[in-house]
Design a protein around this ligand. Sequence first.
Ligand SMILES: Cc1ncc(COP(=O)(O)O)c(C=O)c1O
Length: 379
Amino acid sequence: MFRCPACGGLLEPVYSVEGSPRGRGVWRYADLLPRSRGPPVSMGEGSTPLVELPRASELAGCRVYAKLEGLNPTGSFKDRGMTVAVSIARGYGARATLAASTGNTAASMAAYSRRAGLKPVLLLPRRGVARGKLAQAIAHGAYIVEVEGSFDDAMEAALRAAELGEVYPLNSFNPYRLEGQKTIAFEVLEDLGEPPTHVVVPVGNSGNIAAIWKGFKEAPLLGLPPARPRMIGVQAEGAAPLAEAWARGLREPVAVEKPRTIASAIRIGRPVNWPKAMRAVNESRGAFIKVSDPEILNAMAVLAREEGILVEPASAAAYAGLLRARKMGLIGEDSLVVVVLTGTGLKDPDALSLLGSDTTRYTAGPQEAVEIVKAIVSR
Ligand SMILES: Cc1ncc(COP(=O)(O)O)c(C=O)c1O
């Protein structure tokens, strides 16, 4: 399913139409999205804020804007693709949907499937999903199979289960999902006012970076300004099949059998969309790079404390990647960079707790509390 019968490669829709943006959210770009039978299954996803990051810019030594994808209905960019793919699934008359997930896809597909009246079935890596994301999927009444092994093992099971033909697969090898995700590029072009020089994206299964690049290429069909930003894909050191390949000049990912990183959303060792992602980075003259877990936690702290933006580790990896890319000389000081902050931090309380510090927390009675406040403000 979703593979070319001749070469086995993943499918990709192409458009020979032109159109113009109308309305709000993902469906503002309906002229360049696949049509489904019936109205879309939507919750107002998309139209997320693009905000300047003054202090993070200072720290990076270039102009930085963030696309706040955590403000989508279920808290991540996945909703952009899910509104499109679930609409198609319902149009086909599917009764059940299926996905393997590191968490955000699970939350999103469960929510959108239920909204469409479909039965969501999830394959999740056991102990590999952040608590908040699992709680979301459970709250939406998803059927959950916890698979022993990594995300990649769950993905393999999902691919085999999809072949049964009884369920509609909603992983990002489903090209309709990537169609929805490409709208990030359209919004950036409409909101930034000038084309970005670089777009930095955290990379796991590597669909999103390919989707966003596709959006930049198609933007002129909607009357949007042409832009060819360099796409910088960021992976975590312990789960960096593409960054490793890039560093070694290889054409194919270096599979990671036991991917490890605090950034559970991108803890992926065998990315299914790698050919599309490699093409995006090559065509845009970008790069894949990797960052360590301490760099990710540092980026998370900077965004939370200096900018007031709470993101999960996978999203923070993008900003960590920007800092690293500046040091490597990959991104110059006169650049205009958009960092895609893919998901909210609220879903991963365990990661957030690593940012806390004993020196900022106290336990006290009411009287003593007043004294502590006095001491803090006079410091
Ligand atoms: C928060 C977050 N960031 C980044 C990614 C990576 O996206 P992709 O798998 O399309 O590379 C994911 C995927 O699960 C995610 O949930």
